[in-house]
Design a protein around this ligand. Structure first.
Ligand code: NAD
Length: 255
């Protein structure tokens, strides 16, 4: 079931938004948690909220191989294993059409969202293979399933996350390790606020109203609603699920 007592969970991008909700959700259900983020202040606060002995924070830039190896080693040193890995850190970049999109932002988005996710898999999977168990959830997006005008780098990066998920699932399934993707629609986090400010600098609040009109449930999702699915996919309830994409979008892509 969804009891994670005796389990160890690592969450990248765990300082804010969806990752924070996942870190707190794991902790509430008994897991030891390793919070990984480049935002040291917010990351340390999440670990402190969970409590000493039950969580540690590791500052890391997920695009740097040395940082990734260091957080994996820190998790193993502190808690002895990595049972669950939420490979979640991501950035949205800029809102601009492909014909005007700048190369540096494209590289930055691909760096965090694709290389960062790859490096997480590259360094966490060997530990899970040694253990002979583990569950990974990569945070993709509905932008990994459908296009959105004005977000070429983000959409390309999230399609790539689904590709990485499928490849890894095929490779490590025979070894008892599952790898899935979660595909959130618009979730009320800082990221969505940043996008709204770019789309409508003078009236960012109006973006939510306009956008939710196209969502059957007529609202943004919450970080906790995404966390519920991430925890499910990491739990034994999902024991036959691997290589899958779970959409959490209030019906947006179905409508
Ligand atoms: P957020 O900005 O609240 O959280 C993202 C976290 O990732 C932050 O704490 C940030 O510091 C961290 N991060 C960014 N780059 C990093 C790096 N290089 N190294 C380490 N940490 C880094 O946003 P969120 O909405 O919680 O985003 C989490 C994930 O969910 C992202 O992958 C995002 O693409 C995805 N997502 C979000 C939405 C949404 O609507 N909010 C929708 C679909 C997918």
């Amino acid at each position: 079931d969804m009891d994670f007592s005796g389990k160890v969970a690592v969450v990248t991008g765990g300082a804010n938004g969806i990752g924070r909700a996942v870190a707190l959700g794991f902790a509430r259900r008994g897991a030891k948690v390793v919070v990984v983020d480049r935002d040291a202040e917010a990351g340390a606060a999440v670990a402190a909220e969970i409590g000493k002995g039950s969580a540690i924070f590791r500052a890391a830039d997920v695009t740097r191989s040395a940082d990734v190896q260091a957080y994996v080693q820190a998790a193993l040193d502190a808690f002895g294993a990595i049972d669950c890995f939420h490979n979640n850190a991501g950035i949205e970049g800029r809102v601009a059409p492909t014909a005007e999109y700048d190369e540096a932002t494209f590289d930055a988005v691909m760096g965090v969202n694709v290389k960062g996710v790859f490096l997480g898999l590259r360094h966490v999977l060997p530990a899970m293979i040694r253990q002979g168990r583990g569950a990974v959830v990569n945070t993709a997006s509905i932008a990994g399933l459908v296009g959105t005008a004005g977000m070429p780098a983000y959409v390309a990066s999230k399609h790539a996350v689904i590709g990485l998920t499928k490849v890894a699932a095929g490779e490590v399934g025979p070894l008892g390790i599952r790898v899935n993707a979660v595909c959130p629609g618009p979730i009320a986090t800082r990221m969505v606020q940043d996008i709204a400010r770019q789309v409508s600098p003078n009236n960012p609040e109006s973006v939510e109203e306009r956008y939710t009109a196209s969502i059957p449930l007529r609202r943004y999702g919450t970080p906790e609603e995404v966390a519920n699915v991430v925890l499910f996919l990491c739990s034994d309830l999902a024991s036959d699920i691997t290589g899958a994409q779970y959409v959490v979008d209030g019906g947006r892509t179905a409508a």
